[in-house]
Every structure is written in structure tokens, then in C-alpha cells.
Design a protein around this ligand. Sequence first.
Ligand SMILES: Nc1ncnc2c1ncn2[C@@H]1O[C@H](COP(=O)(O)OP(=O)(O)O)[C@@H](O)[C@H]1O
Ligand SMILES: O=C(O)C1=C[C@@H](OP(=O)(O)O)[C@@H](O)[C@H](O)C1
Ligand SMILES: [Mg+2]
Length: 177
Amino acid sequence: MTPRLVIVGPPGAGKTVVGRLLAERYGVGFRDTDSDAERLVGRPIPEIFTVEGESAFREIEERAVAEALGEHTGVLALGGGAVMAEGTRKLLADRPVLFLSVGFAEGVRRTGLSAPRPLLTGVNPRATFQALLRDRLPLYREVADWEVDTDELDPETVVERAVLRMGDAAAGGVPAE
Ligand SMILES: Nc1ncnc2c1ncn2[C@@H]1O[C@H](COP(=O)(O)OP(=O)(O)O)[C@@H](O)[C@H]1O
Ligand SMILES: O=C(O)C1=C[C@@H](OP(=O)(O)O)[C@@H](O)[C@H](O)C1
Ligand SMILES: [Mg+2]
């Protein structure tokens, strides 16, 4: 069992919104590891960060990702930081992975550096976001088979662009390389 498609990228890239649309397009289920982590702990993500702390969240996230990769056959969106775990990157190596990218200004606009994303509510969320984009970019690229820059595209157009770029590989006809 393995997902038809896994989506990675920074917060605000549209993994959740576009992932849901892609799942509808392919007629398969959608799953998001952020929701899985919340279910495993029994709290929303901001509370996991404040009560359990970020490192506990990362452990739970790695487990949630491994479980979802083994169980889910549809489209799977990961949390933006999931690729920081080496074990997760290894698990992604032979799976079809789409990297949705977003630049700094548009990422800030979309997330509003808001409470639902606790990582981006610190003393200087803009600097945190900037550093996060820089540090993670090579990791997203390491695991990805395809990349779509979402900066100037609405979610529906991102879907069209992704479907074109991925071709049959994610449509279920031809196994991904
Ligand atoms: N291509 C896009 N254009 C405009 N707004 C977008 C786009 N993709 C996502 N959004 C909006 O940005 C916010 C974050 O999207 P979300 O799917 O939760 O991102 P992620 O899961 O990658 O953090 C949501 O309000 C969503 O509606
Ligand atoms: O980038 C990150 O480290 C995080 C991204 C969030 O998911 P989204 O990328 O879906 O916003 C969520 O997993 C958590 O707040 C941490
Ligand atoms: Mg998301």
C-alpha cells in the first residue's frame, strides 16, 4: 500500500487545499498528516506545540507520516516540516512526491503568520518563515519528483499545472519511476 501521490512544501503552499482538489480530480481519498497527528494526540496542533512542545510534535508527526504512507492509497498531504525527519525522507525516496512551492511574500500573505501555525507566531515570524523556506528548500527538492510554483496561481490552476506535469504517473495508469 502506498499513496497515489504525496504532497510536500512549506506552510501556505496549498498542500491541504490543492491535495483535496487533486484527490477529487483522481476520485481517491484525501488524508493530511496534520489531522492524523491531532487525532493521535487528541489536541489541535497549536496545543500540541504549547503543551507537548515542538520536538514531541515532530516525533508524533514522523509516526503519523509512516503510518499514512503504509495505509493510505489516495492523495496524502504532509505537514510543512515533515521532511526535516531523515526517516521520512527515506520513506519518500521511492514514492511519487509533488513539491508545491511558494515564495516569501505570498506565503506570508496566505498564512497570515497565524495562530493555527504555532511555528509562525514567535517573536519574529517573518524571519522564522524566511529561514524555514531557505533551510527546507533542498529537502523538499531532495524528495520531490515534480515541483509546481504556486505563487501566481489559484488552487484550481495549481491542480491543472500539477496534473499536466505529472502526467499518468499520479493518475494511477503508470507507476511512478
Ligand atoms: N494557490 C493559492 N492561491 C491563493 N490562496 C491559496 C492557494 N493555495 C492555498 N491558498 C490559501 O492559503 C491558505 C493555506 O493553504 P493550505 O492548503 O492550508 O496550505 P498548507 O497546507 O500548504 O499549509 C488557505 O487559506 C488557502 O485557502
Ligand atoms: O512547517 C511546519 O513546521 C508546520 C506546518 C504545519 O502544516 P502546514 O504546512 O500544512 O501548514 C503544521 O504541521 C505545523 O504547524 C508545523
Ligand atoms: Mg496543510
